[in-house]
Design a protein around this ligand. Structure first.
Ligand code: NAD
Length: 293
């Protein structure tokens, strides 16, 4: 079975490498040709457009920034639906708005194709290790048939319900991650300003109730002032916007998410949109007029 992979960015590159390692035949496309060359050197076949992938691959994985990119690649002129035969399965692993997943899915099934929304959590390190967490929405029979492909890139693959459920789950994940980074930043700035070494504070608390995967992934980055992404602030703003839109759409409110969203917006205005989301600490450093180190 040939698998198409569209979107070879920070996440797509290591994910496609793990599919190659698992023995799948891969055809890859990205509008960034250097990324395609890199994965071709690892054993994939290059496609120069989406048409080639749509016509030759039974399963097509997309790993793109946001809803408009997935809509363009699936529904657009020259996109997957224009060329793929019925029976093709699209696994969208991008983090997009759940409503967009449902819209794209409706067009996809109309043409006799299938689609799962299967966003991931774990970031670049877990994409490299092949230990991502995948949360999947869509038809359960399609999930059962193709879960093995996702398992080649993941430590866990969990079915969460009908189409869009994967992205609702991902938004819940992104709310927790953003609020955790803000809480960690607030705590480390308190320690620093009170004259206690934030590195020792981190070491002392990481094994207790305040310890978390977020703390262990992000505190060392802040302490080393390493804000190389990882996960960009711009992408987290996208996820929080999708979370706020979705919450308003279903009739609830996310007050803490809204507050952290504004902090991230302020950092983007400062020119930190491309920095790792751990740079949320810089917002607190400005308030306290001190650096965490
Ligand atoms: P990225 O910006 O590094 O990569 C996106 C890739 O898509 C780029 O290579 C870009 O050239 C390509 N692309 C965009 N539009 C295209 C088009 N029309 N045709 C072909 N290629 C196109 O992003 P990323 O960090 O790899 O994230 C991808 C998705 O995964 C996002 O939805 C993100 O929210 C999610 N995600 C990222 C992380 C992370 O830590 N980076 C973690 C979990 C989930």
């Amino acid at each position: 079975m040939k698998i198409g992979f569209i979107g070879l960015g920070i996440m797509g590159k290591p994910m496609s490498r793990n599919l190659l390692k698992a023995g799948y035949a891969l055809v890859v496309y990205d509008r960034n040709h250097a990324a395609v060359d890199e994965i071709v050197a690892a054993g994939a076949q290059a496609a120069h457009n989406i048409k080639t992938i749509a016509q030759s691959c039974q399963v097509i994985i997309t790993m793109l920034p946001n809803s408009p990119h997935v809509k363009e690649v699936v529904l657009g002129e020259g996109g997957i639906l224009a060329f793929a035969p019925s029976g093709t399965v699209i696994i969208d692993m991008s983090s997009i708005a759940p409503l967009a997943s449902r819209e794209i899915h409706a067009a996809v099934i109309k043409k006799g194709l299938s689609m799962l929304d299967a966003p991931v959590s774990g970031g670049e390190p877990k994409a490299i290790d092949g230990t991502l967490s995948v949360m999947v929405g869509g038809d359960k029979a399609v999930f059962d048939k193709y879960a093995g492909i996702m398992k080649a890139m993941a430590g866990s693959v969990v079915y969460t319900g009908e189409i869009g459920a994967g992205n609702v789950t991902k938004l819940a994940n992104q709310v927790i991650v953003a609020l955790n980074i803000a809480a960690m930043s607030e705590a480390l700035i308190l320690a620093t300003k009170a004259g206690v070494d934030p590195e020792l504070v981190y070491q002392a608390i990481r094994g207790g109730l305040a310890g978390s995967t977020v703390l262990d992934a992000k505190a060392p980055m802040v302490l080393k002032r390493n804000f190389k992404p990882g996960f960009r602030i711009d992408l987290h703003i996208k996820d929080l916007q999708n979370a706020l839109d979705t919450s308003h759409g279903v009739g609830t409110s996310l007050p803490l998410t809204a507050a952290v969203m504004e902090m991230m917006q302020a950092l983007r205005t400062e020119g930190l949109g491309q920095a790792d989301h751990s740079a949320l600490a810089c917002y607190y450093e400005k308030l306290a007029n001190i650096e965490i180190q």
